[in-house]
Design a protein around this ligand. Structure first.
Ligand SMILES: [Zn+2]
Length: 231
């Protein structure tokens, strides 16, 4: 993946709400970034203990183990879990989420997150991305958002009644990259407690095909113009 906007970037921090977000959602993009030589660490705010899929007493422990395995497959350099309350991140002051992200920045030049509407509209996703975006702006970091295009959101609604938000029309414009899903599929399979073969995920990956949509916001407005990615 040649990413002109990310030329020279060597380290990044991926910021997600739940174990599996890094694989079900970001997996193909993370594999591509790592494959292009960027060292990525992962900050995961919750242990996903509130999931109704695979609900069990030891779900948090199980999901931590699944995340470690998936991160290994994707080639992530480190994982930081914050033990924040799954399903209630929108109720945590943004300032606290921002501080937790800042405490894990180290020398990251890039933040990677779900797009601003949260993709699945999960309030945890929205809260985490808002905090990541604020940190990127304050620290002058590159910001990469992953989302789905309108046709994929429409297809998910039509075929399954699934409520996905498409990437919006606000600048920067979304760009499309070609991806190889082999590592993502292996990482997805690590999340055994979360029904990794579920129809919504399967359908989304089929509708996306070997492509992903993302937005890159450069820290200075002047650098946003002309940002383009190619496969
Ligand atoms: Zn999630």
């Amino acid at each position: 993946m040649a990413v002109p906007a990310l030329a020279g970037i060597r380290r990044g921090l991926v910021v997600v709400a739940h174990p599996d977000d890094e694989s079900f959602g970001l997996g193909a993009i993370l594999a591509a970034l790592v494959g292009s030589g960027i060292e990525l660490r992962l900050l995961c705010f919750s242990a996903g203990e509130a999931s109704t899929v695979g609900a069990a007493r030891d779900l948090a422990t199980r999901r931590r183990g699944e995340l470690v395995a998936a991160a290994h497959v994707l080639g992530l350099a480190a994982i930081r879990m914050k033990g924040m309350p799954d399903g209630r991140l929108a109720g945590v002051p943004q300032e606290r989420l921002r501080r937790l992200i800042e405490s894990e920045l180290e020398s990251a030049e890039l933040l990677v997150a779900f797009e601003r509407a949260g993709v699945t509209r999960h309030p945890d996703h929205v809260a985490v991305t808002a905090a990541a975006l604020a940190v990127a702006a304050a620290r002058g970091l590159m910001f990469l958002e992953w989302g789905v295009p309108g046709e994929v959101a429409d297809g998910l609604r039509r075929e399954l009644g699934a409520d996905f938000d498409a990437m919006d029309a606000r600048p920067p414009l979304p760009v499309v990259i070609a991806v190889d899903r082999s590592l993502q599929l292996r990482a997805i399979a690590c999340h055994r407690s979360q029904d990794p073969d579920n129809p919504v995920l399967r359908t989304r990956l089929r509708l996306l095909g070997p492509r992903e949509w993302l937005k890159v916001t450069a820290p200075a407005a002047s650098r946003v113009q002309g940002v383009g990615l190619s496969a």
